[in-house]
Design a protein around this ligand. Sequence first.
Ligand code: SLL
Length: 205
Amino acid sequence: MKQERKKGVTLSYPIILGSVAFYMGKKSPGEHSHSWNIYLRSADGKDLSYLLEKVVFTLHPSCSQPVVIIEEPPFQVTQTGWGEFDAAITFHFKNGIENPVTNHHFLKLFPEGVTVAGPNTSTTIPVVSEVFDEFLFVNPTVSLFNHLSNEKLLTRVPEIGFIDLKKWFKDFKKESETCLQSIEEANSFLTKQIDRKLNELSKLK
Ligand code: SLL
């Protein structure tokens, strides 16, 4: 069915692609040293099932289940393994509002600069890797536009699941505020420097 579209409008929806990996230590079954989750979540804690029909996680071919299809939130896959790899994550949108889009997430098992687990590797603090991204809807359908513009509708639907993982999630809102503050400070510093130089130059004339 052809849907009416809102021309000249681009809507963005903030998302996070992430992974949380726990070293299993002595509990490791055979060669599998880690248990991990790779997931998609909304950056603002809202429910993505309005937008998504399914999410397809294409993992490394050596994984026991290399392709996992998730049709309900939470959009996550949990497995055990021994190595890091790049997972492809394909988003299939509801009612064909957009064509499917594929993105990638690198599953990190080891902390920065380390390639194997050592005797001091924690089994309780995981390696968390989260990357901020956005769904961009160019000329969105009118129903999607109305839904995403209705803040009340969105806030009423909290994100489902992720109960055990939630405490490891990064606070991107706080991070972006800190980042914005640094940019503002840098901006004001540079403006002052430029003014000073312009002042010096005007005196030379
Ligand atoms: C490496 N390039 O060599 C990477 C590949 C693949 C990891 C890592 C499989 C687990 C299973 C698994 O952990 N593969 O048997 O299901 O380090």
